[in-house]
Design a protein around this ligand. Structure first.
Ligand SMILES: Nc1nc2c(ncn2[C@@H]2O[C@H](COP(=O)(O)OP(=O)(O)O)[C@@H](O)[C@H]2O)c(=O)[nH]1
Ligand SMILES: [Mg+2]
Length: 196
């Protein structure tokens, strides 16, 4: 019997400004997309609850709000986090390109501040690009081939192409992370139970 436990996981979203972190959280938690909203300074916290096999899973999702410079992020943003999502943008301009180039910097920042945690890579704003065209050229830095390889080399759990605007893959991508956190937690419980 595993029923009725409650687990709380802290998940952080990082990535350059404007890649769509806040929009992804809104899409996932409220199934909404808004073009304009007020940006606040600091970090914003959104709660999300789900039941798996009769167990209550609470995600506490931390979002950087308007202070995405690597150096500016305070320690308590990272402290105690159970998972991280690094977001870049697929938009085809300098901002989009830089957001991908900065992924290793975000990874370093996470490694510096927290222990080894599950991480996912989201390539957002997929609605703005022609994915078939990207994938037709395997050598393209943003082809599935190259980004899956990058995700593997950097020890991400996986790479997901998302759109907060259309909602494409958002539920699946967050769902995969929740499943991973849940399975990991349950295996710890099972190991402990065997010791008793
Ligand atoms: N086309 C498109 N625009 C998006 C998407 N996600 C976010 N945006 C827009 O990109 C801008 C920045 O989004 P925001 O969520 O504030 O990014 P953040 O700074 O990383 O939190 C806003 O104008 C959003 O409406 C997406 O998937 N597709
Ligand atoms: Mg934001």
């Amino acid at each position: 019997m595993n029923g009725g436990r409650s687990f709380t996981f802290k998940v952080i979203l990082v990535g350059d400004g404007s890649v769509g972190k806040t929009s992804l959280i809104r899409r996932f938690v409220h199934n909404k997309f808004e073009k304009n909203y007020l940006m606040t300074l600091g970090s914003e916290i959104t709660k999300y609850n789900e039941t798996i096999e009769g167990n209550n899973i609470s995600l506490v999702i931390w979002d950087l709000a308007g202070q995405e410079g690597f150096k500016n992020i305070r320690q308590n943003f990272f402290t105690g986090t159970n998972a991280a999502i690094i977001v870049f943008s697929h938009e085809e301009n300098e901002h989009g390109e830089n957001s991908l180039k900065n992924v290793p910097k975000w990874l370093e920042e996470i490694a510096k501040h927290s222990r080894k945690i599950p991480m996912m890579l989201f390539g957002n704003k997929i609605d703005l690009v022609n994915i078939d065209k990207l994938n037709a050229d395997k050598a393209h830095p943003k082809s599935d081939y190259n980004l899956n390889k990058l995700a593997k080399d950097m020890n991400f759990l996986g790479y997901y192409k998302t759109s907060a605007l259309s909602g494409e893959n958002v539920r699946d991508a967050f769902g995969e992370l929740i499943k991973e956190l849940y399975i990991k937690q349950m295996s710890i419980f099972d190991a402990l139970r065997k010791e008793l």
